[in-house]
Design a protein around this ligand. Structure first.
Ligand code: PMP
Length: 383
């Protein structure tokens, strides 16, 4: 196959192609390319070199419950959570996964009884569209998708709690409570660029990912903080059976990137321009204000109200800047907002995929500047 002209043979891919004012703008996926600009400026601090003989063994730390976890990643994960104060790490096992998506599956496996009826998996609508898709695609006998948690009846379940929530950015708590029900907290967006850090989360199972914290989605590294040793063991077993561990090369890269984030706050003279969360918060606040102006100029869209709170990390008041806009088309004659926007060359994900009204769409706020700028201009012009 010929190599595209824009890329030299053997050079790494850059993801989505560059855009022009006439391009179709794809904001369907939460591809976090916005952060490339920041990481272009960090130089050696976020680089690694791996000699040919390294990272060859399957094993990383045979004494650890998660035997394929690189100790350096374990260290940097704990260090970053202590710095930011967004989750407790003392007394928790750190598990690594190929994205938090694999850890989500591992949690379903670990929390479902091996015999009897399949475990019901629920989440309050609007819920992240991958939850039903990932739960049911192999038609497991262990668990099955049971829909909106707020209308669920029964007391044995796994409740997925995503906070801040994908797609609508709301701060959430579990809505169900029962002796035999369990919750999995997906805290992918619980970072200062998206939300004020108001408390140190200390749930039984918490999922995080570099995809949203630093923007390195292509590295495919997520982690789980798990209180219970037996649950941690079963989740590790899932990953052992599924992929015999997680790429060490990726783990080393993720560790280096997380280290660069913490170093920029903790090392004297590190330079303010290398502070990821400052950059991210400024950028997200800018984008949200552009979007609100565009929606007002258009007059046919509404957005969730802005909320704010005191951030324990930055020690000031901060607004929430969700990674997705949950956009509603208010025009009476538009029943399907995603197809309306598609007609104007803007690709978004329909509310129907999140168990919600198709008058809503989810729009990624994390694309590159050029695409985002075209998106807001186009949106403002729609009447
Ligand atoms: N949870 C939520 C709420 C997400 O939005 C995403 C990414 N879209 C994930 C998990 C999956 O992230 P990863 O890339 O780590 O698999």
């Amino acid at each position: 196959e010929p190599v595209p002209k824009t890329r030299a043979a053997g050079a790494p891919s850059t993801g989505k192609p560059a855009v022009t004012p006439e391009s179709v703008i794809n904001l369907d996926h939460g591809d976090p390319t916005m952060f490339e600009e920041f990481w272009r400026g960090t130089g050696a601090a976020a680089e690694i070199v791996i000699p040919g003989w390294q990272t060859m063994s399957y094993f990383s730390d045979v004494g650890n419950v998660c035997w394929f976890l690189e100790p350096g990643l374990d260290h940097e994960v704990r260090r970053l959570h202590r710095l930011v104060g967004n989750a407790a790490v003392d007394g928790y096992h750190v598990l690594v996964g190929t994205g938090s998506t694999q850890l989500f599956m591992a949690a379903l496996y670990a929390l479902s009884p091996p015999a009897g009826a399949p475990m019901s998996v629920v989440s309050t609508a609007p819920y992240y569209s991958s939850y039903p898709a990932v739960t049911d695609f192999l038609q497991s006998g262990l668990f099955r998708w049971a829909g909106d948690a707020s209308s669920f009846e029964g007391d044995t379940y796994i409740e997925l709690v995503c906070s801040p929530n994908n797609p609508d950015g709301t701060i959430r708590e579990a809505v169900l409570s029962s002796e035999s029900g369990v919750a999995v907290h997906d805290l992918a967006y619980n970072w200062p660029q998206y939300t004020p850090i108001t408390r140190r989360a200390d749930h039984d199972i918490m999922l995080f990912t570099v995809s949203k914290s630093t923007g390195h989605a292509g590295t495919r590294i997520g982690w789980a903080l798990v209180k219970d040793r037996d649950v941690a063991k079963k989740m590790t077993k899932f990953i052992e059976l599924n992929t015999i561990g997680v790429s060490k090369d990726s783990q080393l890269r993720a560790a280096k990137v997380l280290r660069a984030v913490s170093d920029a706050y903790e090392l004297p003279g590190a330079g303010e321009e290398h502070r990821l969360f400052d950059y991210g918060r400024r950028k997200m606040a800018e984008r949200w204000s552009m979007l609100r102006e565009a929606a007002a100029a258009s007059g046919i869209f509404s957005l969730p109200d802005e909320t704010s709170g005191y951030c324990n990390f930055t020690k000031d008041m901060a607004s929430t800047n969700p990674a997705f806009a949950w956009l509603r088309c208010d025009r009476e004659d538009v029943e399907d907002c995603a197809s309306f926007l598609r007609g104007h060359k803007i690709l978004t994900r329909s509310g129907s995929q999140f168990g919600a009204d198709p008058r809503y769409v989810r729009v990624s706020m994390l694309d590159r500047d050029d695409a985002y700028d075209i998106f807001v201009k186009r949106l403002a012009s729609l009447k």
